[in-house]
Design a protein. Sequence first.
Length: 154
Amino acid sequence: QPQSEVHDRIPATIVQGHRVASGLANDSRFPDGTLALQAPHFAAQGIDLTAFYLGTLNLSIAPYRYTIGQPKCTLRGVRWSAISPPEDFSFFDCQLSVNDRTVMGLVYYPHPETKPEHFQAPDILEVLAPQLAGIGYGDRLMIAIDPAQIQFSR
């Protein structure tokens, strides 16, 4: 049996996601992105995204994987689109350290069992963060999460 190591701060690499959350995918169903549509529903339930860029930072934590613990908040049955079924979302506090800057963010976790499409690989975390100038695909950063919320292992 492989030995499991648990960490609360690990390196991650910025990778390209589906680009639907930000609207950069040119998906005619969500021209401004899914997050622009979801944000008012999240705000009504206490999750304010105004400090964050309305797109996700897709972070590969390979060779690590993550296990969901106790989220900061879970929103159930969010009907954010007339053309999508209601979804469940959980949010987890995180801290990103990149280029001598540290910012607070949220891991954005649409529950796979209620998500209709655009699934993520098991080593990808989607993170909401302030706009971070000067970063791009392939850049490395550190992500820290309270192990009560998300555990890392390999």
